[in-house]
Design a protein around this ligand. Structure first.
Ligand SMILES: [Zn+2]
Length: 109
């Protein structure tokens, strides 16, 4: 696994964690919740406050991720939306794009 794949895999793991968080938030009818930052730093433990609707908008695309401002990585992604509390980044680096699409939990079926 090269560096790009490793970073993409880390981001995909954080995305999986957030999918669980979104599921339980839905179950308890919460409108807003705290997600984990989906950046490529495996030691990042920061939380991102977002509503379920905001989270769903990020998940609409298999290549967009939710990160804390300043946690975006210019060499693999670009900021497509700045919401103040968080930024939405789109993977532009080819290997990273391919990896996060392959690991997208919502592609099944
Ligand atoms: Zn982060």
């Amino acid at each position: 696994m090269n560096d790009k794949e490793r970073r993409a895999t880390t981001e995909a793991l954080f995305r999986d964690v957030n999918e669980r968080i979104a599921e339980s938030a839905e179950r308890f009818d919460a409108t807003g919740t705290e997600f984990v930052c989906e950046c490529s730093d495996p030691s990042c433990t920061h939380r991102v406050a977002a509503s379920l609707a905001e989270y769903e908008a990020v998940r609409d695309e298999p290549t967009t991720f939710l990160v804390l401002p300043g946690h975006e990585q210019g060499d693999i992604e670009k900021v497509v939306s700045d919401r103040g509390r968080f930024r939405i980044v789109d993977k532009v680096q080819a290997v990273v794009r391919r990896t996060v699409i392959r690991l997208n939990p919502r592609t099944a079926g």
